[in-house]
Structures are given as structure tokens and as C-alpha cells.
Design a binder for this molecule. Structure first.
Ligand code: NI
Length: 183
């Protein structure tokens, strides 16, 4: 089922998110709905707060980026209760976007390597190291679980420059092609 995506300005994007419990029986259905919602919106990652749920969970499918980033080929994964253990490597710029912030893209600096502990949808635990565009997407999605949105990472000057654009999104003047809402 395609879920509406909450847009910039929604309270649910700024709430504290709770760990997914092992007896949350709707987890597999939610993961499937999040993938369906993400594909429909043509994104490469989506986090639970973006569909209005205060849970620490996100999904990634980076395969669409495989032409430009070899590490993205076939990369599809769900991250339940993730914990970033270490961020390292060279900082690099990438023009990020977000399904909750339609028609808005800005260059963001992030480091290139991430070490992360997480569970899959069957609660198997993993600790892995990812690089490149995968590390980028993971950091962006993880930020959603921490109630951080990528424009928060811009410089003060840049924030001033993009304020009007973000205000237009906040006030519902920018509507994406996919189902969206505010709370
Ligand atoms: Ni996002």
C-alpha cells in the first residue's frame, strides 16, 4: 500500500523516534509499504517518520544510482533500530534531495564511510561498513530517525538563502507527484 509522505514542516519529522519492538507484528507489512511508497515517489531511501510513524527504521534501494556509483548496484536493505558506530573517511559534496522536501536540492558535505549496527526485518543483527553513495544515503536516512533534515546541515548563510524556498514547501505551495500530507 502506498502511504502518503509527510512534507517539510510536519511535526512527525521532528519527533523523537522509538526503537521498533520485537513484537511489532506489522513490521513486515510496514517495510513492504515503505518500499512501495519509495518506489512510487522515485526515491532511493525512506524513513518511518516520513510516513508518520515515530519508529527507528528506514529502507534503502540504491540500484537506480548504479550507473554512477558501482557500490549502489543491487543494494537494497532495511535497517531496523540502526546505530551508527563510526563515521570516517573523506568529506565529499553531493547534491541531496529528500522525498519530504520536494523540488529542493542542495550540496551537503558528508564523510564517505559509515560503520553501522542494525537489524533486518527478522531481527537478525549485523554490523557492517559501507562507503560512497551508500554511506551517504545511510547518513541521510539515519538523520531522519534523529529528527534531522538535510537543510539543517547547511551553513547559516545558505539557510538564509534558501529560507523562501523552504517556506513555500512548508506552506503547501509545492506539491509532489506522489501522495503527501502535513500534520
Ligand atoms: Ni530524506
Amino acid at each position: 500500500m502506498i502511504l502518503p509522505i509527510y512534507l517539510y514542516g510536519s511535526n512527525c519529522l521532528r519527533r523523537k523516534n522509538e526503537p521498533v519492538s520485537r513484537d511489532f507484528h506489522e513490521l513486515k507489512q510496514l517495510v513492504s509499504d515503505m518500499y512501495e511508497t519509495m518506489y512510487h515517489a522515485e526515491g532511493c531511501g525512506i524513513a518511518a517518520p516520513q510516513v508518520g510513524l515515530a519508529l527507528r527504521l528506514f529502507v534503502v534501494d540504491a540500484n537506480d544510482l548504479a550507473d554512477d556509483y558501482v557500490e549502489a548496484k543491487g543494494f537494497k536493505k532495511v535497517f531496523v533500530n540502526p546505530e551508527i558506530l563510526e563515521i570516517s573517511g573523506e568529506p565529499w559534496l553531493y547534491r541531496e534531495g529528500c522525498l519530504s522536501i520536494p523540488e529542493f536540492r542542495e550540496d551537503i558535505v558528508r564523510k564517505s564511510i559509515v560503520k553501522i549496527k542494525y537489524f533486518d526485518e527478522d531481527f537478525n543483527e549485523y554490523t557492517e561498513i559501507y562507503g560512497g553513495i551508500i554511506a551517504r544515503i545511510i547518513q541521510h536516512e539515519y538523520d531522519h530517525l534523529e529528527s534531522v533534515l538535510f537543510p539543517d546541515l547547511l551553513s547559516q548563510l545558505k539557510k538564509k538563502m534558501v529560507k523562501k524556498k523552504l517556506d513555500r514547501i512548508k506552506t503547501g505551495k509545492v506539491r509532489p507527484h506522489y501522495a503527501s500530507k502535513f500534520d
